[in-house]
Design a protein around this ligand. Structure first.
Ligand SMILES: [Zn+2]
Length: 174
C-alpha cells in the first residue's frame, strides 16, 4: 500500500480495528509521517459458472441480482429482502469451497429460496429459468406448490389457482 501523500511504500500500523467484513487500519507513513487509513477485505476465491451449453464464465453477483429483481418486481417484499437473499445465495456458493458451479445448481438454489420468499416471484423466475414448455408444465408446478401447503407468511398473497394462471395466459385448462 503506497502512501497517498508521498507514494512511498513503507508504513506502520498505528491502530487496527475489525469491522463486520473488513479490517480498518490507521497507518503512518515512514517517509513523510502523514497518516492515512486502509480497509482490508477478504477476497473470496473466484467461482466459475458452467452454463448449460458448457460455456464457463465468472460468477457475477450483479447478474444474479438482476434476475432476482426482475422476478420480484412490484412484489410486496420488505426493504433489503432481495439484497439479503442474494447475499445468502452468494455466501452459500462460496461456502461450498468449489471453483466451479453449474448454472442449474445456482438456479435451483434461487428457486428454493424464492419459494419461501414469494410464490409469485418464484413462478416468474421458474418460468424463465425452467423455460416451461407449455402451460401444463407451469400449472403442474403451481399445483405442486399448493399441495405442499406451506404456511403462507402474513405478507404473502395466497397462490393463484390453476384457473387464475389459465386466465393470465389466456389458455383453457386441458
Ligand atoms: Zn508518505
Amino acid at each position: 500500500m503506497n502512501c497517498p501523500y508521498c507514494g512511498k511504500q513503507e508504513s506502520r500500523v498505528i491502530d487496527s480495528r475489525s469491522l463486520d467484513e473488513e479490517v480498518r487500519r490507521r497507518r503512518g507513513c515512514l517517509a513523510c509521517n502523514k497518516r492515512f487509513t486502509t480497509y482490508e477485505r477478504v477476497q473470496p476465491h473466484d467461482i466459475f459458472v458452467i452454463k448449460k451449453d458448457g460455456r464457463r464464465e465468472g460468477f457475477r453477483r450483479d447478474k444474479l441480482l438482476l434476475g432476482i429483481r426482475r422476478a420480484c418486481e412490484k412484489r410486496p417484499l420488505p426493504t433489503g429482502a432481495i439484497d439479503k437473499f442474494v447475499e445468502n445465495i452468494e455466501a452459500e456458493l462460496y461456502n461450498m469451497g468449489k471453483n466451479e458451479v453449474s448454472s442449474s445448481y445456482i438456479g435451483d438454489l434461487v428457486m428454493e429460496g424464492l419459494k419461501k420468499l414469494d410464490h409469485i416471484a418464484y413462478i416468474r423466475f421458474a418460468s424463465v429459468y425452467r423455460e416451461f414448455a407449455d402451460i401444463g408444465a407451469l400449472k403442474q408446478e403451481v399445483d405442486s406448490l399448493a399441495v405442499r401447503r406451506e404456511p403462507t407468511p402474513a405478507n404473502q398473497l395466497p397462490l393463484p389457482s390453476s384457473e387464475a394462471v389459465s386466465s393470465v395466459t389466456g389458455r383453457k385448462r386441458r
